[in-house]
Design a protein around this ligand. Structure first.
Ligand code: AOF
Ligand code: ZN
Length: 345
């Protein structure tokens, strides 16, 4: 099989994997293609959390004719086949039992229950294994999963909307409206692809945000707020019981309140809490002080900024972050939407 053919099949795995977006977290997005030099015999992907893994779905999708060619075929999968009994039996065992002779893998699995054991199992059984094909594309696809396991914290996106002249908010007691109906829907889309969203005390009290994803489909997002002195009124939207919610404070520890040591490092404790709750991605939606606390420590991976069409003249300035690698730029209703990856240090 030519290197071009192999790359094409691996990219097809990425496409398949993406079909699981919004449904498989905290599991990774995984796609699998079983192919020969002449073409694809079958395909599969991890469809939902707790369900069959990509390799199993691809093997189950083989026709009898396809199955008879399995000994001559190559199994492409963007993540190392697992070696552990999780919610499903090990994929490596199934591949071996089916008589697969060649496997091409993109990324190894950083999950401590796997981490190389899947590949070893295959090799020990005489399967020819090639690893490391298109690793950076695969890393990008599963950036939340890899960041979580490698850095022991969620993948962090800083997100804010600023006025045309660079303010998050005017000095008025009432919050200003920056997003349009259309860009709100896009913000809901971003929220729907991440697992948790955080706001600070001032935003919680001033904006009374609901942090919903009503305008987009997806699993319910976990809502988080920092409320050191427990000042959120019981009528707060965040206390409407509609989605999983945690309020970090210094006093109470009964759900949805979570007590933290505010004399210590609050951000670190909060990230540890998310790690312990297997939350792999976080949007920090403001306000200025909360964003600043993440920025000064370089504790973020991506930034998404919406620039609205109206100026407000004075108020709280939007944060200043070093521009990294541009991911997407778009314009809706005259609103500029820019997202970029943090500059590599
Ligand atoms: C694979 N193929 O398609 C996926 C894998 O609880 P379980 O059984 O679903 O196992 C989840 C773990 O398995 C997950 O954390 C990751 O390490 C691996 N995911 N492995 O061989 C797949 N989704
Ligand atoms: Zn598996």
């Amino acid at each position: 099989m030519t290197p071009e053919q192999k790359a094409t099949y691996m990219r097809r795995c990425f496409q398949l994997a993406r079909l699981g977006e919004g449904r498989v977290a905290p599991n990774p997005l995984v796609g699998c293609v079983i192919a020969t030099d002449d073409g694809i015999l079958s395909e599969g992907y991890h469809r939902q959390f707790g369900g069959a893994h990509a390799e199993v779905n691809a093997l189950n999708a083989l026709t009898p004719a396809g199955r008879s060619q399995l000994g001559d075929a190559t199994v492409f999968v963007n993540l190392e086949p697992c070696s552990h009994y999780g919610k499903t039996p090990p994929c490596a065992d199934r591949l071996i039992a089916e008589g697969v002779r060649r496997v091409v893998v993109c990324n190894t699995d950083p999950n401590p229950q796997v981490s190389g054991r899947g590949l070893r199992k295959l090799r020990d059984a005489g399967v020819q294994v090639e690893e490391g094909l298109l690793t950076s594309e695969g890393w990008e696809l599963n950036r939340r999963f890899f960041t979580y396991h490698e850095l022991k914290r969620p993948y962090i996106t800083l997100k804010w909307a600023e006025t045309a002249d660079g303010y998050l908010d005017a000095d008025d007691p009432k919050p200003i409206r920056i997003s349009s109906d259309l860009t709100k829907a896009l913000v809901h889309k971003l929220r729907a692809t991440e697992q948790a969203i955080l706001v600070g005390t001032r935003t919680l009290l001033k904006d009374n945000p609901s942090l919903h994803t009503r305008r987009y489909y997806g699993a319910p997002l976990t809502r988080l707020a920092i409320d050191r002195n427990g000042r959120a009124p019981l009528s707060s939207h965040l206390l409407d019981g509609s989605q999983p919610t945690f309020l970090f404070n210094s006093r109470r520890d009964d759900a949805p309140w979570v007590r933290l040591d505010f004399d210590g490092d609050v951000i670190q404790q909060l990230l540890q809490f998310l790690y312990d709750h297997r939350i792999q991605s976080l949007i920090v939606e403001g306000g200025a002080e909360t964003l600043r606390r993440f920025i000064v420590r370089g504790l973020y991976d991506a930034v998404q900024v919406e620039t609205g069409v109206y100026a407000c003249g004075k108020g709280t300035q939007a944060p200043d972050v070093p521009l990294g690698t541009a991911l997407r730029t778009a314009c809706y209703d005259g609103h500029r939407m820019v997202s970029f990856r943090k500059m590599k240090q």
